[in-house]
Design a protein around this ligand. Structure first.
Ligand code: SF4
Length: 397
């Protein structure tokens, strides 16, 4: 069976689902409504990872629709993707990075997906002709990395991926191409068995122009021998594999699980890159987002259990205005820093907000100015700046 034929066997109906796991009969029609709005598609590999005896199994939560998805708090475009779109399927938010939405399909439709508005649904947002995207990138010399995402680009035919790489072959040393793909996690055999794909990656990725693959392992049980083999295969083709975990309620929102995940990733050769705050997406926020207050606790406690290599990740909120590092909390204040920003002058800006128990996103945090300023910290004389104006001043908003 080819990998395309295997994908045809995905579980995409309630009847099909019932062959693998128990479904509450009282919820069947609700689940059907959810699936009508946002399709279900689970690979036979991924469904085999579910603990059938546990209705709260974290793997199940990421793959199987639930009635919680009826909750519509949040938005479908939390990062301002629409306003950054330069042509159908191409976004240019940060000067150096172009993002190509290459397809609306994935090997599996994750229930926590932040591009829920797009995956598995007819949509005008995906790229029509890659060559036009490549022309835009060629005309914008400031772009030195191209992120090919979706959907999941690794469900496209290998010839199409090969053509993408060929169209980007004008990128010179100092540049790189990234694929955003969850295929190593949800459908590793696609990578392990496709020798042609391996040859394409091997041919493009060279010493001064690497191919990166950014994937999304969210739970230690996703790091199976098959997933590890897919990662190993990529590495043997010269591909660097980085991971972006999404912090998800009921999946990895405890220090032990998060630490085990990051440690296991490093042991199979994957670099911990980001831990993302779950975005306030409709049908996702309500049952997946962890409040920032708790998120900081989980991340800090996990870091205490990790060696330096395994805690290289940053805890990030991918906001409309930029990628904001969640630095930590002190009392009832949360400290944040622009790691990347739409407005260049924001990059590196440190600021703080008043923390509340339930806030899960920047827009839900109150500015500190509404509260009395904390008292100035008195420093020993030698540590006092001689000329205040010559020292970096952090603006707080
Ligand atoms: S693979 Fe990625 S894009 Fe596709 S549904 Fe999962 S999170 Fe969303």
């Amino acid at each position: 069976m080819t990998w395309q034929e295997e994908l045809q066997e995905n579980i995409s109906s309630i009847e099909g689902l019932k062959e693998y796991i128990d479904v509450n009969p009282n919820e069947e029609s609700l689940l059907q409504n959810v699936i009508d709005a946002h399709p279900m598609s689970i690979t036979r590999y991924y469904i085999s990872l579910i603990d059938k005896k546990d209705p709260k199994d974290p793997i199940r939560k990421m793959a199987v629709p639930s009635k919680e998805e009826q909750n519509l708090i949040g938005s479908y475009d939390t990062s301002g993707e629409k306003e950054n779109t330069k042509m159908p399927g191409l976004q240019h938010k940060y000067a150096q990075t172009a993002l190509v939405l290459s397809t609306n399909r994935c090997a599996m439709y994750c229930r926590h997906c932040f591009r829920k508005r797009l995956v598995g649904l007819p949509n005008g947002e995906v790229m029509r002709r890659f060559q036009e995207a490549a022309d835009y990138i060629r005309d914008h010399r400031e772009i030195n990395n191209v992120l090919i995402s979706g959907g999941d680009p690794l469900v496209l035919p290998t010839e199409v991926l090969g053509q993408f790489l060929e169209d980007l072959s004008f990128l010179d040393g100092g540049s790189f191409v990234r694929f955003g793909s969850r295929v190593p996690v949800t459908f590793p055999e696609r990578i392990i068995e496709d020798k042609k794909l391996q040859a394409e990656l091997d041919a493009y990725s060279r010493r001064d122009r690497r191919v990166y693959l950014v994937t999304q392992f969210n739970h230690p049980r996703e790091i199976t021998p098959e997933a590890a083999e897919a990662v190993d295969t990529l590495m043997r083709c010269g591909v660097v594999v980085n991971n972006q975990t999404v912090l998800l309620k009921g999946v990895n929102d405890n220090p032990q699980t998060l630490a085990e995940l990051q440690n296991k990733l490093v042991s199979v050769g994957v670099n911990p890159y980001y831990v993302f705050q779950c975005r306030p997406v409709k049908r996702v926020k309500h049952h997946f987002q962890v409040p920032l207050c708790r998120g900081c606790e989980v991340v800090e406690e996990a870091k205490k259990r990790l060696n330096g290599h395994s805690k290289r990740f940053r805890y990030i909120m991918s906001h409309r205005t930029g990628k904001i590092e969640i630095v930590g909390t002190m009392g009832d204040e949360i400290y944040l820093k622009y790691h990347q920003a739409k407005d260049k002058s924001d990059i590196g800006r440190l600021f703080k907000r008043r923390l509340t128990e339930k806030a899960g996103w920047l827009d839900e945090l109150k500015p500190v100015e509404e509260f009395p300023e904390p008292r100035a910290v008195s420093r020993p004389h030698s540590a006092q700046p001689h000329h205040r104006g010559h020292h970096p001043v952090h603006r707080y908003r």
